[in-house]
Ligand binder design. Sequence first.
Ligand SMILES: Nc1ncnc2c1ncn2[C@@H]1O[C@H](COP(=O)(O)OP(=O)(O)O)[C@@H](O)[C@H]1O
Ligand SMILES: [Mg+2]
Length: 278
Amino acid sequence: MRFNRINKECIALKSKLMQLEEENTRSHVGNEELFYQSRLAQMGEMISMIAHQWRQPLSAISLTAIGLETKIRLNKLDFSTPENIAKAQEYILGRTDLIAQYVNSMTTTIDDFRMFYKKDRQKELVAVEDILDRTLKIIGVSLETQEIEIQIEYNDCPKVWLFPNEVVQVFLNLLQNAQDQFTANRIAPAIITIHIQGVNDGIEIKFTDNAGGIEASTITKIFRPYFSTKEKQNGTGLGLYMSKTIIDEHHGGQLSVSTTSNGDGACFTIFLPMGSKE
Ligand SMILES: Nc1ncnc2c1ncn2[C@@H]1O[C@H](COP(=O)(O)OP(=O)(O)O)[C@@H](O)[C@H]1O
Ligand SMILES: [Mg+2]
């Protein structure tokens, strides 16, 4: 009798376990789906950053080519004597060399972006300033075009173990959000301060902007998935949710938000522990 009851309970427990496992798998799939969606949204933003970064070299290439063509069409290049031919050749080669340099800078841009899209396989021991450098290579020109100044305050701090591309993704999200806010509120001068310092057992990175701040009723919700105040601009509401998942869960750190003491901006603080290879 007793044995029967225990057996029944065992079967019930087993089925409960299977149900929990299934739910767990489903929620994992859900999270992966969110990662995918947020990556996709960021890819869209990346394309517009590439466009920004390419605008200058593209117009330089076009101007150089037009200049060269005009000289040839108007017979401004003198091929009459061997000496003049040498001069003309030098001029033409100088121009084509310039074009090659511009093309080179455009290729570098693509490489920077490609590097970002590689999935991190393992943690690396890196200096956070290098991660910041890589982030600014991607979004720097876009910020410059919008006249947003970046001030970096860096105190000597230790290298930490992290997933480089994931942390680039977090930095990009924070800078993009500040940029969105500057544009929406038409702030000038627009300044983002990035303060990096070593703290007990890790490092702390603070992104502070003067873009207007976040309302008290909003600030409690910004880390929720799909929460966005950018209905018109098609905000995904995934950037900060993903950023928090990356910092808190993947790195055992902490991402938090506050309003600046004078209330004119937002301050995002990231704590990253020293971590380990695993
Ligand atoms: N620097 C900031 N200043 C003011 N509000 C911000 C800032 N960063 C984020 N927010 C608020 O947090 C919300 C969620 O941000 P996020 O998760 O990146 O989604 P999205 O940018 O798609 O709206 C934003 O819609 C905005 O209201
Ligand atoms: Mg965002």
